[in-house]
Design a protein around this ligand. Structure first.
Ligand code: ADP
Ligand code: MG
Length: 732
């Protein structure tokens, strides 16, 4: 048997460019054809049923069970016509993956034969046997039931002849076992708090939507190489592998021409995405070789999250057709950039106003500043929780790497807004106590806003090193990992903002009761919020060592490791925020904390096992084979030149020793990692166990890699068993 790398190289070399079916219709003709959207509902539902869905979406009203039957029937007619044979409640358990259990539409007829059946009760609720989803103790074994319930806010869609119905997933007790439930609750919390403020400006505002645009980075590798790397296959990242001589240092990949094979793949998945009603807008090469990005046009957060997860599913499926593999892991390759999922976030009213877009008039600017200040204040208050929301084993390999956002939160707002913020802080700080004084009145806040009738923050004024950046009309949270379900970060962001919006309104009301005009009261609180959160604002280079030191001085708590970060979920401040905003109960927060720790342990355990296998069964034998060749060579030379051999074989002898050193080191490290696991596995408490894994198992993962990569540099290329970085990262 030749080694698996060689077989993969042969397979790769024999890969012939294929012609794929391309959709010839213009996109506008097939856009959304696989989605049961409002337009289709109009055609398939009675007026009454259609109205019920619209009211559910827009007003959050419950759908009557009778109407649900009508809706289900219409949905089924459409789906069956589209060729669907099955349906599934599609939900987002606490694993970052999506879950689906398919049921056929068919039911038997009494006298033989079948008919397609889909009842309202089935549409609305299911009870999947889902006792093996992570639940953090929320489902005792004696009451392990969980329910999925239809989310009418996100349209049903068809993938692989299966009608997928987006649902929430909750325990028997109503506690959430998924990512969608808290996200929906957080969207409601923001809506309620934001509307209350908006109505102080415009009584027509009845709803504020959380908007989200997700930029998704990902890697692509050839499937043959992927299959030849157990680490990629099982852990989605390379646990070992020396960097290639050339990777991203010439910066020739970013925005470069997209390789043909990748282009064919992109066109293919874009077509499917369009059919699913996903507004894909941009595609390009990312910084690292083999790395790419797509971004759809932003939309309502709930739908954006669902669509992002749908994209991840279809990309994996389509890649297979092209003999490619998509890697969503945050750091599949050491030494080159990792992947994130930038979350572009804003708030938009039902009247069409983006609350984070600086306005043209003083009054709209006052509204903008209210929201702008509340976001900054909220992010400051819970900076550590927000950072923790992105913590995972995989994302920790990426964060703070001098290419990805640092592991500490900071907000970049750009030069224009910095000047504005500074002037707000200055103008009122001295005179705050006597804000109603005549003299101060002249220089009061409205006046400040008057001076700046139109704020035009420069859109190109970008700071890529910032964790959380204001980019003209939205905030962009860049630390979120590429493999995760962003809902877990978004419900926290929504929660912390909602909390401050509520506080903002309370404080403004109090000032008004004390005699200040509405505008002045608002300006006073805006100023207060900005002053309070001054420490979170940072315009410099987030990658620099100086910033790390400075952040610490400012008391900004970065995340040092994932298990430590998870604790933020159950901190008093977090639980207070979750509960007051109706997003999670203390028990639900605790459950998530447990699940996060559990997943961390399991993933690290898997990495350790794979690494043990790679080292013991691939690397050490390869090292010994090569070493044997060297020994033979030395013996041969010794026979030929008995007197001179030690001079002639100096290099070989050094290598032989070096390899022995590496082999011993690897062997010991593998032994130690097994021991460390054994000890850690005995720990009952899952948080303690995660901590132990981090402290005792994790260091070996790194040290094995260091030695394995050195070994790769000395062993005969012919013998090396795993596809190398240059093979994985560069393909045409
Ligand atoms: P860049 O890489 O420069 O940040 P992209 O065009 O790749 O920009 O992605 C920007 C994302 O932000 C897109 O998904 C876009 O639709 C989204 N976006 C633009 N404006 C808003 C907004 N007001 N609110 C939320 N998302 C927005
Ligand atoms: Mg961006």
């Amino acid at each position: 048997m030749t080694n698996i790398r060689k077989r993969a190289l042969v397979e790769f070399a024999s890969h012939k460019p294929q012609r794929f079916h391309v959709e010839e219709r213009p996109v506008s003709e097939f856009f959304g054809e696989n989605v049961f959207d409002l337009e289709k509902m109009k055609r398939y539902l009675s007026v009454e049923a259609y109205k019920a869905v619209v009211d559910a979406i827009e007003l959050g009203e419950k759908i009557d069970r009778n109407l649900a039957d009508q809706i289900a029937s219409g949905m089924k007619s459409w789906a069956v016509k589209m060729g669907a044979t099955h349906y599934t409640h599609w939900f987002h358990p606490l694993t970052d993956a999506t879950a689906e259990k398919h049921e056929a539409f068919i039911d038997p007829l009494e006298k033989g034969g079948v008919f397609e059946n889909f009842k309202g009760s089935t549409l609305i609720q299911q009870e999947p046997d889902a006792s093996s989803f992570p639940n953090g103790g929320l489902r005792n074994t004696f009451e392990a039931r969980g329910y999925t319930a239809w989310d009418p806010g996100s349209p049903a869609f068809i993938i692989d002849q299966t009608l997928c119905i987006p649902t929430v997933f909750v325990a028997y007790t109503g506690e959430s076992l998924d990512q969608k439930t808290p996200l929906l609750k957080s969207i409601q919390a923001v809506d309620k708090a934001a509307v209350a403020i908006c109505r102080m400006f415009d009584s027509n505002v009845s709803k504020v939507n959380t908007m989200l645009g997700i930029e998704q980075e990902y890697f692509i590798v050839d499937e043959a190489f992927y299959r030849a790397r157990p680490d990629l296959m099982i852990c989605n990242r390379t646990l070992i592998g020396h960097t290639a001589a050339k990777d991203q240092q010439l910066e020739d990949h970013y925005f470069g021409a997209i390789p043909n094979r990748v282009m064919a793949f992109m066109k293919d998945f874009e077509t499917e995405a369009y059919k699913l009603g996903i507004l894909l807008k941009t595609r390009h090469n990312e910084v690292a070789p083999g790395q790419f990005e797509f971004a759809p046009i932003y939309g309502e957060a709930n739908i954006s999250v669902d669509q992002n997860l749908m994209m991840m599913i279809i990309m994996k499926k389509i890649a297979k057709k092209h003999k490619l593999k998509v890697l969503f892991h945050e750091k599949p390759f050491a030494g080159v950039n990792g992947s994130g999922k930038h979350c572009n976030w804003s708030l938009v009213t039902n009247t069409g106003v983006n609350l984070l877009s600086p306005g043209k008039t003083p009054r709209t600017n006052l509204q903008f500043l209210s929201f702008f200040a509340a976001v900054i204040r909220g992010v400051y208050e819970h900076h550590s929780l927000l950072m923790s929301s992105v913590a995972s084993l995989s994302n920790m390999y990426r964060l703070g790497g001098g290419e990805a956002p640092p592991a500490v939160m900071s907000i970049f707002i750009g030069e224009t807004l910095t000047k504005l913020v500074e002037s707000i802080e200055k103008l009122t700080s001295k005179n705050l106590t006597s804000i109603s004084d005549k003299e101060v009145k002249m220089r009061s806040k409205l006046h400040i806003v008057n001076q700046i009738p139109e704020i035009l923050p420069d859109n190109t004024d970008r700071n890529r090193t910032s964790t959380f950046a204001f980019t003209g009309n939205r905030f962009e949270f860049r630390a979120v990992g590429s493999s995760c379900n962003v809902a877990s970060s978004m419900f926290i962001l929504n929660g912390v903002v909602a909390e401050q919006l509520v506080r903002f309104k309370e404080l403004v009301d109090r000032e008004m009761r004390n005699g200040l005009s509405q505008d002045k009261a608002m300006m006073k609180i805006i100023r207060q919020f900005l002053v309070e959160s001054r420490d979170i604002r940072f315009e410099g280079n987030g990658y620099s060592a100086e910033w790390q030191a400075e952040a610490e001085k400012r008391g900004l708590r970065g995340i040092k490791n994932a298990p430590d970060a998870f604790k933020e979920y159950i901190s008093d401040a977090a639980v207070k925020m979750f509960e007051s905003q109706g997003i999670l109960s203390a028990r639900e927060a605790e459950a998530r904390f447990e699940v996060l720790n559990e997943i961390y342990v399991k993933k690290l355990q898997i990495e350790a096992r794979v690494l043990g296998d790679l080292t013991t069964n691939h690397l050490i034998p390869t090292a010994i084979t090569f070493q044997n060749a060297l020994v033979k060579n030395v013996q041969g030379i010794k026979e030929l030149f008995p007197d001179e051999f030690s001079d002639l074989c100096a290099t070989q002898l050094r290598l032989i020793k070096k390899i022995s050193g590496y082999v011993n080191h690897l062997h010991n490290d593998v032994h130690n990692i097994v021991e460390a696991r054994r000890v850690a596995n005995r720990i009952e408490d899952v948080a303690e166990k995660a901590k132990s894994y981090y402290e005792t198992v994790f260091p070996h993962i790194e040290s094995i890699r260091t030695v394995a990569d050195k070994l790769e540099m000395v062993v005969d290329d012919e013998l090396w068993p795993l596809p190398k970085y240059r093979e994985l990262l560069f393909f045409r």
